[in-house]
Design a protein around this ligand. Structure first.
Ligand SMILES: Nc1ncnc2c1ncn2[C@@H]1O[C@H](COP(=O)(O)OP(=O)(O)OP(=O)(O)O)[C@@H](O)[C@H]1O
Ligand SMILES: [Mg+2]
Length: 292
């Protein structure tokens, strides 16, 4: 069995993230919120010291994303299983062949499969662990959405500004949030030459610096889809781990095969079946006979 088939075969054994419908969760369950501060832990020393931006947890909850004060919903459970192998690989000292193993890129084959949603959920789930800080990077420069989904206001610069050398002080670009241990790097200003910026040495050095600066930090990169532009392929070479989001009932087998072929097999740590409605593995669009 080829390595690609192995991954495809493994798909129904990976964690599946359901379609989260917050309307079906009572307000009490969703917001039995202990104060965020009680999550404790270190703040990101690297981030902007003077300014903390506010993540709108209500807004996140409304779109069904995982929020760190929610200990009860199904997505919290799902993410416990999803994050374990990622954290383990991130800090596995024997992973000498895996540079930047604490840098996790979230991607998919085609648009709108749930990359941004799952990148946010993964970040939230990891900051709920005692020991880790998370830096969430909005690196889908054509369709940035993290800041919008999280309802964050007051960030006007980001990755593009750094790559263009319009802002060279990282501390002015990385923001602490009201969620302890979670910091954010936004996409920043719009720029037509995104691919050139992403493929630059400056980008490579930046990611390395972010990865190595703090030993307890996990960097999560929300990225473009693999089959739409080169940016995601380039980014995948900078990240030590890649998580592939596959939309249940939508993503075709050939598309997934094509995407996986573009990646370094050693870096693919997880395949998440997103918007899963339940049922056996054979119900997945992934196994759609029409595409075979
Ligand atoms: N498991 C889920 N449950 C409920 N809604 C979801 C789930 N996953 C994604 N969504 C919703 O689906 C839509 C698309 O998700 P998202 O924006 O994360 O996709 P994307 O792959 O990042 O898209 P793009 O290619 O445009 O960047 C959003 O409205 C998001 O809130
Ligand atoms: Mg997105």
């Amino acid at each position: 069995m080829s390595s690609i088939e192995k991954y495809i075969d493994k798909l129904d054994k990976q964690a599946a993230v359901p379609v989260v419908d917050r309307a079906s969760i009572s307000d009490d369950a969703a917001y039995s919120a202990e104060p965020i501060q009680s999550l404790g832990g270190q703040v990101d020393q690297y981030a902007n010291k003077s300014k903390t931006v506010q993540v709108d947890l209500d807004k996140l909850a409304r779109i069904g994303a995982l929020i760190p004060t929610d200990k009860t919903s199904k997505i919290v459970e799902e993410y416990r299983a999803i994050k374990r192998p990622l954290i383990k690989k991130a800090f596995n000292s024997s992973a000498i062949d895996l540079p930047n193993s604490n840098v996790i890129m979230v991607t998919s084959t085609t648009p709108e499969e749930g990359k941004t949603f799952n990148a946010i959920c993964l970040a939230m789930s990891i900051v709920m662990e005692m020991d880790y800080t998370v830096l969430l990077i909005e690196a889908d420069l054509a369709r940035p959405a993290i800041i919008k989904y999280m309802g964050i206001e007051g960030i006007d610069k980001g990755l593009v500004d750094y790559l263009l050398e319009d802002e060279t002080n990282m501390a002015n670009l990385i923001f602490r949030t009201n969620i302890p241990k979670l910091s954010i790097l936004a996409a920043g200003q719009r720029h037509a030459g995104a691919t050139e910026l992403i493929s630059s040495d400056r980008m490579k050095n930046f990611i390395q610096e972010l990865a190595q600066r703090y030993s307890d930090r996990i960097v999560i990169i929300d990225s473009p889809p693999l089959l739409m532009s080169n940016d995601a392929i380039i980014l995948s070479g900078l990240a030590g781990q890649v998580v592939l989001i596959v939309e249940s009932g939508k993503t075709g087998q050939f598309a997934v095969k094509e995407a996986i072929e573009k990646l370094d097999e050693n870096r693919i740590t997880g395949v998440i079946l997103n918007k899963h409605l339940g049922g056996s593995g054979n119900d997945y669009g992934y196994y759609n006979k029409n595409e075979l």
